[in-house]
Design a protein around this ligand. Structure first.
Ligand code: A2P
Length: 271
């Protein structure tokens, strides 16, 4: 059973979900079916990933609709606005083919455009209409989160941000914790590039686990959630195994890996 993290709206999400970024559409059905079979209960999609239809079909076919949370995201090109969010959501809803989408996220703040607040109001409309259960954002910084709250009176329940031992995001995590926002990591394994880090390989060896399991345990121990991606059934299952808590010594050695290195786009580079 995957650990659950409480959301501000009183519901919860599994701490580990299945990330679908870079899963080719032709493989998505099989990957989601393998994931649900392994025990994943959250699938993290996005309009931009190009595999929403296959994600929705796989959840429907698996026959466990009520046990699984289906998440998708609003990309925001060519426009990020109230009307564009409503229109794009309608298209996502159609492709996914489920009565309700569990989580809807604003994929990027696109801060220079200054439209994330009006876009957030569209998210609130979708939630109030019952088409989405919970609303969230991705790659937001503190200032943007604060502005959403100041102008709309509502925090997103989740902020999905790039995070892994190279980029632990301590300050943002602390801000989230103060306000009850769940930190959910994208590229939680550093796109797999982190897994050869000698420190992680050594710790994995000491605790008789794999480097991926050590990194995912580190995420849980920071109190966060993560959406690791894999197209391999064996790895999907491996990533769901919650190993015993890491020692303070192991956590300190992982903390020393912080370098600020990103494996994906920085929010300011997505205008
Ligand atoms: P693959 O899809 O071929 O299994 P992130 O979630 O940080 O974006 O990392 C995803 C990358 O890490 C993918 O390249 C994926 O490869 C790889 N990966 C995921 N889980 C594991 C694992 N348990 N062991 C090794 N590589 C993994």
């Amino acid at each position: 059973m995957v650990a659950q993290l409480p959301l501000l709206d009183g519901s919860s999400i599994p701490a580990i979900g299945l990330g679908l970024y870079k899963v080719p559409p032709a493989e998505t059905g099989r990957v989601v079916a393998d994931g649900l079979g392994a025990g994943y209960r959250l699938v993290d999609g996005a309009a931009m990933y190009g595999n929403e239809a296959e994600m929705g079909a796989a959840v429907r076919e698996h026959g466990m609709r009520d046990a699984v949370q289906v998440v998708t995201k609003f990309w925001g090109d060519p426009e990020q606005s109230y009307d564009a969010a409503l229109a794009d959501f309608a298209a996502s809803e159609e492709r996914i083919g489920l009565d309700v989408v569990d989580g809807y996220m604003m994929h990027w703040p696109r801060a220079p455009r200054g439209t994330y607040v009006e876009t957030w109001r569209a998210f609130q409309t979708l939630r109030d209409e019952g088409r989405v259960r919970w609303i969230a954002v991705a790659s937001f910084g503190e200032a943007e989160l604060q502005r959403l709250f100041d102008e709309t009176g509502e925090w997103p329940v989740v902020n999905q941000v790039e995070s892994h031992p190279w980029l632990p995001q301590h300050a943002l995590r602390a801000f989230h914790a103060r306000h009850g926002i769940v930190t959910q990591a994208w590229s939680p394994l550093g796109r797999g590039r982190l897994l050869d880090e000698p420190t992680l390989v050594a710790i994995a060896d000491e605790v008789d686990a794999t480097p991926a399991q050590v990194v995912l345990r580190w995420h849980l121990q920071l109190g966060g959630a993560a959406v690791p991606k894999s197209t391999h059934a064996r790895r999907l299952a491996e990533n769901l195994v919650e190993i015993a808590p890491l020692s303070d010594d192991a956590m300190a050695r992982i903390a020393a890996l912080e370098s600020g290195v990103r494996t994906g786009t920085a929010p300011e580079d997505r205008p």
